[in-house]
Write a protein that binds this ligand. Structure first.
Ligand code: PAF
Length: 285
């Protein structure tokens, strides 16, 4: 496995693979890898000849009061997992390598509308940071395919829109959320949970799934009332809910009361102690 942190070396390796007509897949990460990340790598291996994993805790996507400094950095363990998963190249640039111009002054990528709702409303600038870094990684690696987890549903939609709007020749692949046996979506931030909070955490998925089944079986479409009820359930379970909302899966628009034609998604974000957990479930009628 090739460990590279300089852009020059990365470009040289990519150029030689391109010359050999090999297909490249990219899995962008911020490290602290869990089985969910490894499942993305495993999928990438099935669709390309070479798999690149980037590990970069991107300061541009963290707000001033967020956990940029505290975000878990576990490079040695990450590399061992990626080696075992047969990754070809791990790209671990420094902040200076990725942002040669001071970050506040450097060019950004913004996907309007989608970037300031839901998680974007609570985390101003977050999705500009995500779109900017993912676009830079796409320019550096020039992958044929890029694989993302569907847990970050809004992120995936924003990247899809960016790829379409900027005519990037990349096939984006979303992979189902990887869950612990009790249903909790795997996330690097789960390690912020205390033992007691960890026991409560699966309630988030249970409440989402309960609402999904209720919508499917009853035909009820009073979304606001159902969302309020789910929010109250989260609060009663010890969470501080940010949002829980039913949206059209393709656009994140509010669904109409009678809309059965489109796929819906229920998205939620809620704080449990120091951890801001997000999750979602899809509804196909
Ligand atoms: O999902 C993540 O880990 C990050 O937001 C990403 C896509 C690697 C960009 O920094």
């Amino acid at each position: 496995m090739n460990l590279i942190s300089s852009i020059t070396e990365l470009r040289a390796q990519i150029a030689s693979w391109r010359q050999a007509k090999q297909r490249i897949a990219l899995v962008p990460t911020m490290g602290n890898l869990h089985d969910g990340h490894i499942s993305l790598v495993q999928h990438a291996l099935t669709v390309a000849d070479r798999v690149v994993v980037s590990i970069f805790v991107n300061p541009l996507q963290f707000g001033p009061t967020e956990d940029y400094q505290a975000y878990p950095r576990t490079l040695t363990e990450d590399n061992a997992k990626l080696q075992a998963a047969k990754t070809d190249l791990v790209f671990t640039p420094t902040v200076a390598e990725m942002y040669p111009t001071p970050m506040e002054q450097s060019t950004r990528v913004e996907v309007p509308n989608l970037n300031n709702i839901l998680c974007g409303a609570s985390r101003p600038g977050h999705f500009i940071g995500v779109a900017t870094i993912v676009n830079k990684l796409f320019n550096l690696v020039q992958p044929d395919k890029a694989v993302f987890g569907e847990k970050d549903f809004q992120q995936l939609l924003i990247i899809k829109r960016m790829v379409a709007d900027l005519n990037l020749p990349i096939d984006l692949i979303g992979q189902p959320t990887y869950r612990e046996p009790d249903g909790l979506a795997m996330s690097s931030r789960n390690r912020y949970l205390t033992t007691e909070q960890r026991q409560l955490a699966p309630r988030l998925f249970q409440i989402l799934d309960q609402l999904r089944r209720y919508l499917l079986t009853t035909g009820q479409r009073n979304f606001t009332e159902l969302e309020d009820h789910a929010k109250a359930q989260l609060t009663a379970s010890g969470f501080k809910p940010d949002y829980i909302t039913v949206r059209v899966a393709d656009t994140l628009a509010l669904p109409t009361d009678h809309d059965n034609a489109q796929e819906l998604v229920i998205l939620a974000a809620a704080w449990l102690g120091k951890a801001r957990l997000i999750d979602n479930v899809r509804i196909r009628f």
